[in-house]
Design a protein around this ligand. Structure first.
Ligand code: NAD
Length: 485
């Protein structure tokens, strides 16, 4: 870390100063609660469809000059935006922790803010070269990538800052301007991050509009929006596809998942238990590509279940601002109710709860204990549905082919994992999984240069790396005379 970065971090805005920048005037807006304590954090402005239209018009007007700046200058400004996030990292992490619920420590709020600047730096420095398609005597043809125009970015509440950056970073890099609609559950931290980025970006290049779902659907259907980056549920994703029939917007859709993991016979449960746990319980399970169904071979089933239960029972859970905690509450009551329903249904269908299995009201209204359910199988709601919370069903299998068939039976296919002490065996089996990513002996790890995206009902389009830059650009073929002239 350079000296100037350290200085900048020390002079960053705290949570209250960030809030003061973005929240609605006294008596206006909608209250946002602390997910852990349910106290009011602040009030978010409730913007209208007219506000959305005005934002899109401003972004459209700003786009040609932003594109004309060129890659080098845009890259420089995006690196400054990454510095601005780093400078305010601690204030942003506190606001995020309170609003979303994720603890400061562990793979949570500080980790998320750090990922935002890391991703932005990679976006800023990744180069998308023209591709020479044909270069012979008669023809020189190249594929070049140009800005699409105005990108509409619509983000969810689970990783609100990081996912917003995944949408914003590549889009700005390629010369688009962006109108961002954060989730109504977690808007304040996103507005705060955009505000500090806008300290260094030119006006109207990045505009956040916080409104109800109708502002999101306006953004997706607006005739001046050329590309929509959407991350959220499969249900809302389908509405975005319908909207695109009107404006022909190009789409990247990162939708729901129900990721399976398969532990092959001969694997040492003790060696993988920690990684299995965090693959499932990162962000208290509220993660799109988290492990949500674990298939374990009969020969090591009970040992794996007990190892996971031991970790789950001992992992510190509580309000996020307490430095000791690494698991937090569910972000909202709807998600808390889904988790409660799935666990009760599992119990009613013979599920054996070996850890958790109930709410933790002494910690707060939305806390649910880290839960491991054994002896459930496909056809049970806790296995078939995305829990999006601190619950992992562990399913016994005897035949490896059958385990792959069951893992692949889901309509969704975001991530998957194969676990084995024999890495070659795991690698050989990996591509049998029907998913956008398959991890070996881990689950959910992402890298800004490694493309990420879903298959089946988990959506289409890829983010990150060079593929991610292409997906927010419009290809153009430049075709001319060859070497003969
Ligand atoms: P959601 O679909 O309810 O909301 C996502 C966003 O869409 C929000 O900003 C919301 O306000 C907006 N929205 C709602 N209705 C809209 C409409 N008609 N038109 C346009 N925008 C609209 O999803 P959520 O509950 O915030 O997020 C949880 C879901 O997201 C889970 O299913 C999870 O798996 C998925 N997810 C996927 C990924 C991924 O990368 N594939 C990442 C994170 C979350």
């Amino acid at each position: 870390m350079s000296e100037s970065t350290v200085l900048a971090q020390n002079s960053g805005l705290d949570e209250n100063a960030l809030l003061a920048r973005v929240q609605a005037p006294e008596g206006e807006g909608r209250e946002i609660l602390d997910a852990a304590t349910r106290e009011v954090i602040g009030r978010v402005p409730v913007q209208t469809i007219e506000d959305m239209d005005a934002a899109i018009a401003r972004a459209k007007a700003a786009q040609p000059a932003w594109e004309a700046l060129g890659h080098e200058k845009r890259s420089e400004l995006l690196l400054k935006a990454a510095d601005a996030i780093d400078a305010n990292a601690e204030g942003l992490a506190h606001l995020l922790s309170r609003e979303q619920g994720k603890p400061l420590n562990g793979p949570n709020a500080r980790f998320e803010v750090g990922a935002c600047s890391a991703w932005l730096r990679t976006n800023a420095t990744t180069v998308l070269e023209p591709e020479v398609l044909v270069d012979d005597e008669n023809l020189h043809a190249e594929l070049v990538y140009k800005a699409a125009g105005v990108v509409g970015a619509i983000s969810p509440w689970n990783w609100p800052l990081m996912i917003s950056i995944w949408q914003i970073g590549p889009s700005l890099r390629m010369g688009n301007t962006v109108v961002l609609k954060p989730s109504g559950n977690t808007p304040l931290s996103v507005l705060a991050m955009v505000s500090v980025m806008n300290d260094v970006l030119p006006p109207d290049v990045l505009i956040a509009v916080s409104g109800r779902g109708e502002t999101g659907s306006r953004l997706a259907s607006h005739p001046d929006v050329a590309k929509v980056m959407f991350t959220g549920s499969t249900e809302t994703g389908k509405k975005i596809i319908e909207a695109s029939a009107g404006n022909l917007a190009r789409l990247t859709l990162e939708l729901g998942g129900n990721d399976a993991g398969i532990v092959l016979p001969g694997t040492d449960p003790a060696a993988i238990a920690q990684d299995l746990f965090w693959g499932a319980f990162i962000n208290t399970g509220q993660t799109c590509a988290a492990l949500k169904r674990l298939y374990v071979h009969d020969s090591i089933y009970e040992e794996t279940v007990q190892a996971l239960a031991e970790i789950a029972k001992n992992m510190p859970m509580g309000p996020g601002l307490d430095e000791n905690n690494v698991l937090g509450p569910l972000q909202n009551k709807d998600q808390f109710d889904i988790v409660s329903r799935l666990v009760e249904d599992a119990k009613a269908h013979g599920g054996r709860v070996v850890a958790g299995g109930e709410a933790a009201p002494e910690l707060g209204e939305l806390f649910y204990r880290a839960t491991i359910v054994a002896d459930v199988t496909d056809g049970t709601a806790v296995v078939d549905e995305e829990q999006f919370g601190p619950v992992l069903p562990v399913i016994r299998y005897t035949d490896v082919d059958d385990a792959f068939a069951r893992a692949n039976a889901a309509e969704v296919g975001l991530g998957a994992s194969v676990w084995s002490s024999d890495v070659d065996a795991a690698r050989a089996a990996a591509t049998r999984m029907q998913s956008g990513t398959v991890w070996i002996n881990s689950h959910g790890g992402l890298h800004p240069m490694v493309p990420f995206g879903g298959t089946k009902s988990s959506g289409y389009g890829m983010e990150f790396g060079v593929e991610g830059l292409k997906s927010v650009a419009v290809p153009q073929v430049v075709s001319g005379p060859g070497r003969k002239g």
